[in-house]
Design a protein around this ligand. Sequence first.
Ligand SMILES: Nc1ncnc2c1ncn2[C@@H]1O[C@H](COP(=O)(O)OP(=O)(O)OP(=O)(O)O)[C@@H](O)[C@H]1O
Ligand SMILES: [Mg+2]
Length: 225
Amino acid sequence: MKNDRESTGNGVLDGLLGGGIEQKTITQFVGEPASGKTTLCLMAAVTQLKAGETVIWIDSESFSVERFRQIAGEDAEKLANRLVLYEPVDFEQQGIMILEAERVLKAHKVGLIVMDSATALYRTELERGRDAMQALTRQMLMLLGYSKRYTMPVLITNQVYVDTRTNTYVGLGGTALEHISKAIIRLEKRAGMGERRARLVKHRSLPEGGTFDFEMSGQGITIVA
Ligand SMILES: Nc1ncnc2c1ncn2[C@@H]1O[C@H](COP(=O)(O)OP(=O)(O)OP(=O)(O)O)[C@@H](O)[C@H]1O
Ligand SMILES: [Mg+2]
């Protein structure tokens, strides 16, 4: 059987996911601000770019060229040529840009789509009291369709809010976003130190609960033994 996984650019993270991010599915990184969501996506994107693939990156919070440079290293300028960046300003434009991205998928060999964050603009839409959930589901289904038709993984990041009843962090987008993501990794900041913990909270072919600890670093993340 053909290997249907793509490397995240980190062997330990690949291991937590049973060998990498799965093609034809959506994998979600969820966690509080500065927990490492974008960094993990950048590492996966750079891995695909280095393998000669095109990467589509939809960024709702303005892409950090500086962080991309750090992680991509000396080939950053060259690799950036195959990074197709979309920066929607609102939730509606996010949907339009997802639609537009199919032109890129038809014309290039795309190894990965990243949507960072999938819910930042959705959050503002919610505040306006609109029926945003359906629109978010439609956007995610479109991305899922691409991943199947063009045989590649989709990575999304998801923000959290504090549930005041339980005093815990809960991912935005509710169960709809949980269902559509076939693997979910929660990133937690650990009290006191700069350390983070990655925890597998959903996977369709592995038991949940696997973890590893890491720190943020210039190259992306460094595993803490
Ligand atoms: N060069 C670096 N060396 C060490 N740590 C860094 C470096 N660059 C960024 N960081 C750290 O990485 C963290 C931010 O990581 P990242 O942007 O991946 O988080 P995030 O989960 O995407 O956050 P947000 O929800 O705000 O988008 C910050 O704590 C920052 O201090
Ligand atoms: Mg981020």
